[in-house]
Design a binder for this molecule. Structure first.
Ligand SMILES: Cc1ncc(COP(=O)(O)O)c(C=O)c1O
Length: 455
């Protein structure tokens, strides 16, 4: 094979002519040319034409092994035939009934069957809506105002959860968050039992604790299982509502999500992504006595002053319900979750072997079918699941190494699309696809070594 004389950055900028052109045109139509902050990429992002199974194709006709997998929504792979058939069948029966449907019952039944804490279901259109609604439910249920969240944990983009996502954690991830809102959100270091107990003791105005149970920022800083147990005990003791945000971990860590995986059962859970089979949809699920805050009941005074009204044109939309039901029926067998995890195990192992063979510092880590990479520097000990209140190390993991963009570009040139330096493995990934991915890592890292970017 001829040795590439251009750098990875030069080759990326020169290839993908149609994507480059589309991004130039997008500047006029979309602020910054993008529709989701994670899809921004310098000098331009790729434009995707179609996705099937574990693959996607860009507008220039290049094929990629996909690890975005719909931001984690596509546990079953893209365009799964049973989900496509369910969507097609429902589309011809109408996409919005403007009324109640059997589908919403079936969808809710599957959720209550599969998710341990789920006694009742409130549908939303997204994960962001679900976390907003769950926090409001906790405030109404407890009559208290404040919430606790953890540094680096991502729960969508509404005002409350915009706090404490990125360093410096006392500055919300976005401007425009009212001071009054910020004052109701306590941001604590993650995996820190003492800080949690102290915070709970310091105020009797705490309605809820919300957590990504797998760990901060889609599990970039893995959760200490003993911290989750401590969190459950401390919140239960004080009547504080514990909310697991399982938008990512739901149906992925186990069929019953992270709560099944860790055997720690929260009061409420927020769901989205996988539950809607690749369409939009979300839900708050949980204990019946808490979910009661959504039921208007017969008493108009009670309904007006003590219950949460919840409109939403696309709540339990029939198309999403049809896709969600088809997906959850397949997931209920346990096979897709298991298969995706096995493939992720192979991938983590393969990447770690390449790093060791090439003498490059770093590692691939992660639980279930989520994988993370930390390449080009020694990973903090957190990645080896040694948890000791390591705040600085958590920040190191969250910030990643400066090599992230070049690694991603190099992998794209080698036919692999990572979500930044991480990814979601699906049940459509096969051992052959994983092997091809490991080889792409090997080629990319070899080229990065040639360029002097990694030792
Ligand atoms: C853990 C977590 N919670 C909530 C959300 C927000 O979900 P959505 O993008 O559907 O609003 C996300 C999105 O990635 C997430 O990862």
């Amino acid at each position: 094979m001829a040795r590439e004389t251009r750098s990875i950055a030069e080759e990326y900028a020169a290839r993908f002519a149609q994507s480059r052109q589309l991004f130039a045109e997008a500047q006029a139509l979309l602020p910054g040319g993008i529709t989701h902050m994670a899809r921004a990429f310098d000098p331009f992002p790729l434009y995707i034409d179609r996705c099937v199974g574990a693959y996607k194709w860009d507008v220039d006709g290049n094929q990629y092994i996909d690890y975005w997998m719909g931001h984690g929504a596509m546990l079953l792979g893209h365009a799964h035939p049973e989900i496509v058939a369910a969507i097609q069948a429902q589309a011809s029966r109408g996409t919005h009934a403007g009324g109640n449907t059997r589908l919403e019952m079936e969808w809710a039944r599957l959720l209550t069957d599969l998710v341990p804490c789920a006694e009742q279901v409130k549908f939303t259109s997204s994960g962001t809506e679900a976390t907003l609604l769950a926090l409001r439910a906790a405030r109404v249920y407890t009559g208290k105002r404040k919430i606790i969240k953890f540094a680096g944990h991502f729960h969508g983009w509404h005002d409350y959860v915009a706090c404490g996502v990125l360093p410096p954690y006392d500055v919300p991830m976005s401007p425009g968050i009212p001071e009054a809102v910020q004052q109701t959100v306590l941001v604590l270091p993650f995996n820190d039992k003492e800080a949690l107990t102290q915070a709970l003791e310091s105020s009797d105005d705490i309605a809820a604790v919300i957590v990504e149970p797998g760990g901060a920022y889609n599990d970039t800083v893995p959760a200490d299982p003993t911290f989750l147990t401590h969190l459950r005990q401390e919140t239960a003791r004080r009547g504080v509502v514990l909310i697991f945000d399982e938008v990512v971990t739901g149906f992925r860590y186990a069929v019953g999500g992270a709560q099944e995986y860790f055997n720690v059962i929260p009061d409420l859970t927020t769901l989205a992504k996988i539950m809607a089979g690749g369409l939009n949809g979300g839900a708050v699920v949980g204990r019946r006595d808490i979910m009661e805050v959504f039921a208007p009941g017969a008493d108009p005074v009670q309904a007006r002053y003590h219950r949460i009204p919840h409109p939403g044109t696309f709540n339990a939309n029939p198309l999403s319900a049809a896709a969600g039901i088809a997906a959850l029926r397949l997931i209920a067998t346990g096979e897709p979750t298991k298969r995706a995890q096995e493939m992720a195990d192979l991938l983590r192992q393969g990447i770690n072997e390449v790093l060791a063979r090439r003498g490059i510092p770093g590692c691939a880590y992660g639980r279930a079918s989520i994988f993370k990479t930390f390449i080009g520097a020694e990973p903090p000990r957190l990645t080896r699941f040694d948890f000791r209140n390591a705040r600085e190390e958590a920040d190191v993991l969250l910030q990643g190494t400066p090599l992230a963009p070049v690694l991603r570009k190099g992998l794209l040139l080698n036919g692999v699309d990572l979500m930044r330096v991480a990814g979601f493995v699906s049940a459509a990934h096969t051992p052959e696809i994983i092997e091809a991915t490991v080889q792409a890592f090997d080629r990319t890292l070899a080229r990065m070594q040639q360029e002097g970017l990694v030792p």
